[in-house]
Ligand binder design. Structure first.
Ligand code: URA
Length: 210
C-alpha cells in the first residue's frame, strides 16, 4: 500500500455508515451494520496482499491458480470496540490469526496504559491489521502501533470506521509507514475527544452500554 490515508467511498459503505450514525439505530441493527461494513472495509484493506500461484486440478484440466502468498495475516483488535470490526473481518478472512490489545487512559498523565497484550507469533512475517472503529485523538492507536512494532510487526495497516483529522495527523506523524483505511474522515473532535459529527461511543452503541 502506498497511500497513507484511504477513504472507502463505496456507496454501500457510505449508506451503511449513515444508518450507523443515526441516533435511533438500535444496538442490534448497529451491530449488524458494523459486521457488514467491516467486510467491505476488509476487502479494501487487503486489496494489495501478496499473491502466488499453485497447481490445482479443475474437473477439466490442470491450471496454475492464484492464491494468497506468505503467512496468515494477523488481525489485532484494540479492546473493546475493535471486536465489532474484528467479527466481520473474520467472516471474510477466517484463517487470520488474532491478537488483542487492551489500553486504558491514566487519569493523571492522560497517556494510554497497557492492561492486556496477546498477539500472534512471527509478526515480522505477517501483514498486521489493527482494527479500532474510531480514530479520534490517535493516542491509543499510536501506542498500539508502537507495541506491535516492539513485538516485531513490520507491515502494519490501521483500519477504522471513522477518523478525525486530529487522529490521522497524529498517526501520520508518529507512524508514517502505517497506511490508514477508513470509511469517512469527519470534521473534528469535541472537547471530550468525541468525533464530530461521528456516531457517539462506538463501544456503547455496539454493546448496548452507557
Ligand atoms: N471513541 C468513540 O467511541 N467515539 C468517538 O467519537 C471517539 C472515540
Amino acid at each position: 500500500m502506498t497511500q497513507t490515508l484511504t477513504i472507502v467511498d463505496h456507496p454501500l459503505v457510505q449508506h451503511k455508515l449513515t444508518l450507523m450514525r443515526q441516533r435511533d439505530t438500535s444496538t442490534a441493527v448497529f451491530r449488524q451494520l458494523l459486521r457488514e461494513i467491516s467486510q467491505l472495509l476488509a476487502y479494501e484493506v487487503t486489496r494489495s496482499l501478496p499473491m502466488t500461484t499453485r497447481s490445482i486440478e479443475t474437473p477439466l484440466m490442470e491450471m496454475e491458480a492464484p492464491a494468497l502468498a506468505g503467512r496468515k495475516l494477523a488481525l489485532i483488535s484494540i479492546l473493546r470496540a475493535g471486536n465489532g470490526l474484528l467479527d466481520g473481518m473474520l467472516e471474510l478472512i477466517p484463517s487470520a490469526r488474532v491478537g488483542f490489545v487492551g489500553l486504558y487512559r491514566d487519569e493523571k498523565t492522560l497517556q494510554p496504559v497497557k492492561y492486556y497484550f496477546k498477539v500472534p507469533d512471527q509478526l515480522d512475517q505477517r501483514l498486521t491489521i489493527i482494527v479500532d472503529p474510531m480514530l479520534a485523538t490517535g493516542n491509543s492507536s499510536v501506542a498500539a502501533v508502537q507495541m506491535l512494532k516492539d513485538a516485531g510487526a513490520r507491515d502494519i495497516r490501521f483500519l477504522c470506521l471513522l477518523a478525525a483529522p486530529e487522529g490521522v495527523a497524529r498517526m501520520q506523524e508518529a507512524h508514517p509507514d502505517v497506511p490508514i483505511v477508513t470509511a469517512a474522515l469527519d470534521d473534528r473532535l469535541n472537547d471530550k475527544g468525541y468525533i464530530l459529527p461521528g456516531l457517539g461511543d462506538a463501544g456503547d452503541r455496539m454493546f448496548g452500554t452507557k
